[in-house]
Write a protein that binds this ligand. Sequence first.
Ligand code: ZN
Length: 312
Amino acid sequence: MPEGPTVRKFSSLVCAFVGRSVLKVGGSTKQINPKDLMGQHFITCQVHGKNLYLLFGFEKPKAENKLLEEEGGTQSYPSGNHEETQEETQETSSAPSKSPRDPEVAEDDRVSRWLRFHFGLYGSVRANEFSRAKQGNKRGDWRDPTPRLILHFDSGGFLVFYNCRMAWCSSPFSEPSCDILNPDFDCEKALRALSMPRPVCVTLMDQRHFSGVGNIIKNEILFLAQIHPLSFGSLLPLERLRSLLDHAINFTSDWLRSKMQGKGLHYHVYQKEHCAKGHNLLKEAIGPPCGLKRLTWYCPECQPPLKSEDAV
Ligand SMILES: [Zn+2]
């Protein structure tokens, strides 16, 4: 499924439509009613980890400014700052009751809400184009992927969402300190998570600590840091954990940069048979005892298991 850098690339496509209104809708989704989006104003979008959030509402900027001023709010609308926008939304969603002074304004204010997208395998977003079949199926049919949601905007242009789950929510789940691509990512907190007595490959996939990291990033950074995926974080010296964390941050931001330039990514081990030194790679399904087991590629030579004398 798309990892943090890919979802940020989707976000850059989607952001070009901010400020426009939805004119026509389509798509096969049953998770929301696409018609609810008709006539809605696309206010802003955010990415948190692997989730994309779009804020929709009805455009009543003057009325909302007035309402905020009356209620002692200091921010004007619309706000250029994501956090401020979010605060406003939380304020809105936590106050569903109608204002006794102006019920009509409160009613309009209440309908701005976030649509959350979580992408599945091969999930994607396209702007002004549809995805086309790249190959035929077993019967030789060339069937194009089915869009889950299509949004046509005023003044032209459209967005198409493929293979994703979507749901309305009152505010984005946001913990910037855990989002590997967020400038507020908390390295010390991440180090504490990595030092837990469990395999580092499991911790790296834990979205509570490494939001945005997926299977590709996990495999690649463990190879770059030359750490065996099943090494317990509690047994690795701190400098090796720091090196793993540096690789995590650098690899993810490099991947984002090349995505934005339309370039591909060179894998060292992911879905490979040999490492750069020619060693045979191993492939194992590894995951938490009751959780999803993910395929893990690693080099037994370059990423040897910890010996007892290596442990801290
Ligand atoms: Zn190797």
